[in-house]
Design a protein around this ligand. Structure first.
Ligand code: SAM
Length: 288
């Protein structure tokens, strides 16, 4: 009773039988590697107590395995042509629910109210790469009761999520992800593990969501404004970037930085999340 759709011959048979045409604009690259699939399932530690949300089920490759392990699976797919295929491939699964929708328009808070019995909600997906960042940021920022997110993303994006201060990959995405979760790269996945092959390498990354962020910060919303402003113009010093992005007087910023003992020419790329929180709390006009 092992996952069968992940077999490349089986995937090709489904695609031919249903006369499916790949749509580039939907980032469709279907997984055909069983060991990668097993890794995702075991890393996400899916159990019968879990409600799993899958974004972009494709023909149901990952979905099939998720249904075996989870209590309930809700899959969200945008492509009309995949809906009947999914309904057929997963017809035998009683714990499967399919939503034909654009994931960016789903009201997750409302959706989760329909499933009060689950102690743990996990997101598992081989994401459509063109909207990776908006999907992840909206899941994190809505403060949903998620315990983890395990996703396949473009390799460069996984590296940005994990990056620390002072490295070339460090930026607003690293800080947002690390404010809400502890990221761990599970494995790199080469293009030949998919049909069709993507042009880039991929990575599976696992985010364990904090119940409460370890970062002490009075106003997280202002923290994220500060972070965005400081990475908007990477070449500028922090003073100039924040003055432009937060509409603050340069002298005010300089005096806050100097009171906190930062050099006047400090750059955002070198600041840790805790340092950003300290600076933003002191700049926040509500508290100043
Ligand atoms: N899970 C399948 C697998 O691993 O073989 C397919 C993964 S494929 C990389 C991404 C999937 O996301 C496709 O099925 C695509 O149609 C779907 N998708 C793209 N944009 C979407 C959106 N805005 N909302 C929901 N699903 C979307």
């Amino acid at each position: 009773k092992m996952a069968k759709l992940v077999d490349s011959k089986e995937t090709i048979a489904v695609l031919q039988r249903t006369n499916f045409q790949f749509k580039k604009q939907f980032g469709q690259n279907f997984l055909i590697d069983a060991s990668v699939l097993d890794h995702i399932i075991s890393y996400a530690k899916i159990q019968k107590e879990d409600l799993v949300i899958e974004i972009g089920p494709g023909i149901g490759t990952l979905t099939e395995a998720l249904c075996e392990h989870a209590g309930q699976v809700i899959a969200i797919e945008i492509d009309d042509k995949l809906i009947p295929i999914l309904e057929e491939n997963l017809a035998a699964k009683e714990n499967f629910r399919l939503l034909h929708q654009d994931v960016l328009k789903v009201d997750f808070t409302e959706l989760l109210k329909e499933y009060p019995g689950f102690s743990s909600v996990k997101v598992v997906a081989n994401l459509p790469y063109y909207i990776t960042t908006p999907i992840l940021l909206s899941l994190l920022e809505k403060k949903l009761p998620l315990s983890s997110i395990t996703v396949m993303v473009q390799k460069e994006v996984a590296e940005r999520m994990q990056a620390g201060p002072g490295t070339k990959d460090y930026g607003a995405l690293s800080l947002a992800v690390q404010y809400y979760s502890k990221p761990e790269i599970v494995q790199e996945v080469p293009p030949h593990c998919f049909i069709p092959r993507p042009k880039v390498s991929s990575m599976v990354i696992h985010l364990s969501i904090y119940k409460e962020s370890p970062v002490e910060c009075e106003n997280p919303e202002y923290l994220f404004k500060t972070i965005k402003a400081s990475f908007m113009q990477r070449r500028k010093t922090l003073v100039n970037a924040l003055s432009a992005g937060l509409s603050l007087d340069k002298e005010v910023i300089k005096s806050v930085l100097s009171a906190l003992s930062y050099p006047e020419n400090v750059r955002g790329e070198t600041l840790s999340l805790d340092e950003f929180a300290e600076i933003s709390d002191n700049l926040d006009p509500e508290w100043r």
